[in-house]
Design a protein around this ligand. Structure first.
Ligand SMILES: [Zn+2]
Length: 222
């Protein structure tokens, strides 16, 4: 894979599969949405069949097949996206999975449904294979509360707030894009403080065509 000095931050969204620090919003592709729709339909059909009947058994098999198709389509989508992100960027910053604490929230459910963990695994092994740097930042960073322009912590935002204006500098933020920029910035600060990506789970680059690890530090008010 050709060297590049591009870097990107990724935020996992509620309304999108992922949002990138350059403003790109990534949704499930049509082939995955179609498979999910088909699965729902077969599940509905199954619920209408009488227990113990032959038709119910048939419907049950249909559901199982539809489940497998959704899993395949999701894997395919994750492969396509992870390959694209790894090939286009030298450094990739992601938020770590909300494993504990958030387990019962809407975000945790959406993360689970989207198969974020398997997507992260793909990013991880592809980064290793192609000499890219993947940095995971902890969920303790309040990525949706901090203004990515001036660095002020603007306070918690309810999940339905998709846009907000920074009370300090007046910048209008898209919630998810701002969070993705903060993910990227947090990863960059972690690198510059120690000279190497040292966060748990961070994978150092294996080759150094660009001459440096990771991310340029972005301007931030103190
Ligand atoms: Zn601001």
């Amino acid at each position: 894979m050709p060297a590049t000095d591009r870097t990107i931050g990724i935020d996992l969204g509620l309304t999108h599969f992922a949002v990138l620090s350059d403003g790109t919003k990534i949704d499930s592709p049509r082939f995955l949405r179609r498979a999910e729709k088909k699965l729902k339909k077969t599940q509905k059909e199954l619920s209408r069949k009488q227990k113990g009947s032959k038709n119910r058994e048939k419907a049950r098999l249909k559901v199982a097949r539809a489940h497998a198709k959704v899993a395949d389509a999701r894997r395919e989508f994750h492969h396509q996206l992870s390959t694209k992100l790894i090939s286009e960027n030298q450094g990739i910053a992601v938020e770590d999975l909300p494993v504990r604490g958030l387990a019962r929230t809407r975000l945790a459910k959406s993360v689970h449904d989207a198969g974020w963990a398997s997507f992260m695994n793909m990013l991880e092994y592809k980064a290793q294979r192609y000499g890219r740097t993947l940095i995971k930042i902890g969920r303790y960073e309040p990525t949706s509360q901090v203004c990515s322009t001036c660095g002020v912590k603007d306070g918690p935002k309810p999940l339905d707030v998709r846009e907000w204006t920074c009370s300090a500098c007046g910048t209008l933020h898209d919630r998810d894009t701002n969070a993705a920029i903060n993910v990227k910035t947090a990863a960059g600060l972690a690198v510059s403080a120690c000279g190497a990506p040292v966060r748990p789970g961070a994978i150092p680059a294996q080759r150094e065509e660009t001459g440096s690890h990771g991310f340029p530090t972005e301007p931030r008010a103190t």
